[in-house]
Design a protein around this ligand. Structure first.
Ligand SMILES: Nc1nc2c(c(=O)[nH]1)N[C@H]1C(S)=C(S)[C@@H](COP(=O)(O)O)O[C@H]1N2
Ligand SMILES: [Mo]
Length: 422
């Protein structure tokens, strides 16, 4: 492995005559490396038996890849938030065990046997489903991101929190298995082929907060899922076990956990969560009524404040995440000079609609200062805005829906810091 990397380096220098070879590997040195030359414990004994971990946890050396909260953000941990360690993950799927949590009255424990989902209101036949009932409907699998509208909300007034986990970690991306909401509404006798103009559903959870939200019928019938599995296994308690609503591309608050009731209505309820909260106050003090779709956004996860460059100069992989509530990410650009010049990044795989897309820029760092930025472009042609552009339209009173371009200042020692460029 080491040898091969070195040879590639040599070949490269042979081609580019005179240029210094850039190799990410260490050359075979004269001083012997005991990890190469000596027999190690792990190779001379046996490992754990298959009964050691009936359900596996990450190895102890990864114990810093955890959700974290910011103590001063909320008065207690019950109505609070923690953040996904996006700086330490790769690919796109967020393991449930470290996916951010947002509760308004704590994570409740609800047994499958005690679970009921009611559909009532403007339907032919109000229905109550048990968990077992839900499992009898045809189901689908889809990967979607869930982003809290408050993600990056602390950054409006200036660079605040020093880490991608804290500035952008109110997001997770999972593969959901569930029944289309449309199927259940049809089961209750909603005439989905008829005139549904002006119709809404009001969805609420079984927790004390209930987190009630109104969703226009068009969206309810489009791609909402009543989900009971995430990443192949049961939802974790904190993500709404046994059943949550998935509202692709729309703000996390609408993704009601411990989903208990869906009422078909003539109009929106205008509940607390959709009036005094999760709305955007503009410079003149008025607020936008609804902001449901999460606009295109991206962030560099490495290098970043919690993920500095520790390997010295030479080859470096710049990596990050991009997403759009309007569909697929088609391009991500990376800048190293605070947005003056841009290079197109490589997508880990072609973007999925309303799901995280991983991007990479494989480049070289020679110890110079970088002002690292990424900007996402989605299939509608929308380009992620700068902070200045957002402020022009929104003023500085907003908290929610901040999708501005983020800047990390990479310094000569490889450390990165959250900064703002003007
Ligand atoms: N029943 C219920 N659903 C809820 C909430 C809640 O407090 N109660 N919080 C909402 C908010 S504000 C967000 S951002 C998402 C977070 O989902 P997660 O905890 O799985 O990350 O759930 C939403 N659904
Ligand atoms: Mo949220």
């Amino acid at each position: 492995m080491t040898f091969r990397t070195t040879r590639r380096g040599l070949l490269k220098s042979g081609i580019a005559a005179g240029a210094t070879a850039a190799s990410a590997g260490a050359a075979l040195a004269n001083t012997p490396d005991p990890l190469i030359t000596e027999l190690q414990d792990w190779a001379s004994g046996t490992g754990d038996g298959v009964d050691a971990t009936p359900y596996g946890l990450p190895i102890e050396y990864e114990s810093d890849v955890i959700r974290r909260n910011v103590e001063w953000l909320t008065a207690d941990t019950i109505s609070s938030i923690n953040f996904t360690p996006i700086h330490a993950l790769d690919g796109t799927i967020t393991p449930q065990g470290c996916a951010f949590e947002r509760h308004h009255s704590g994570a409740i424990e609800l047994r499958k046997d005690d679970y009921r989902l009611m559909i009532n209101g403007l339907v032919d036949q109000p229905l109550v489903f048990s968990y077992a009932d839900l499992e009898r409907f045809p189901r689908e699998n889809h990967v979607y991101f869930c982003e809290c509208a408050a993600n990056t909300g602390m950054e409006w007034a200036g660079a605040q929190l020093n880490g991608a986990q804290f500035t952008h970690g109110m997001i997770h991306n999972m593969e959901y298995s569930g029944v289309p909401l449309r199927t259940l509404l049809e089961e209750a006798g909603l005439d989905t082929a008829g005139d549904l103009a002006g119709k809404w559903v009001y969805v609420e959870g079984a927790d004390a907060s209930s987190n009630g939200r109104s969703i226009p019928m068009e969206k309810a019938l489009d791609d909402c899922l009543v989900a009971f599995k995430a990443n192949g296994e049961a939802l974790r308690k904190e993500h709404g076990y046994p059943v949550r609503l998935v509202v692709p591309g729309w703000e996390g608050n609408m993704w009601v956990k411990w989903l208990r009731r869906i009422e078909v209505m003539d109009g929106p309820v205008e509940s607390r969560e959709e009036t005094s909260k999760y709305t955007d106050t503009l410079a003149d003090g008025t607020s936008r009524k609804w902001t449901w779709v999460m606009d295109a956004k991206s962030v560099i996860t490495s290098p970043s404040p919690q993920s500095p460059i520790t390997h010295g100069t030479g080859p470096v992989v710049i990596s990050g995440l991009a997403w759009s509530g309007h569909g697929k990410i088609t391009r991500v650009d990376v800048s190293r000079d605070g947005g003056m010049t841009w290079e197109t990044a490589r997508l880990g795989k072609q973007g999925d609609s309303k799901a995280l897309t991983r991007f990479y820029l494989d480049t070289e760092w020679n110890g110079e200062d970088w002002l690292l930025q990424s900007r996402a472009i989605d299939e509608t042609g929308y380009v992620q805005p700068t902070k200045a552009q957002l402020r022009e339209v929104r003023g500085e009173n907003s908290i929610y829906h901040n999708n501005c371009i983020q800047t990390w200042h990479l310094k000569a020692n490889g450390e990165a810091e959250n900064v703002e460029v003007s």
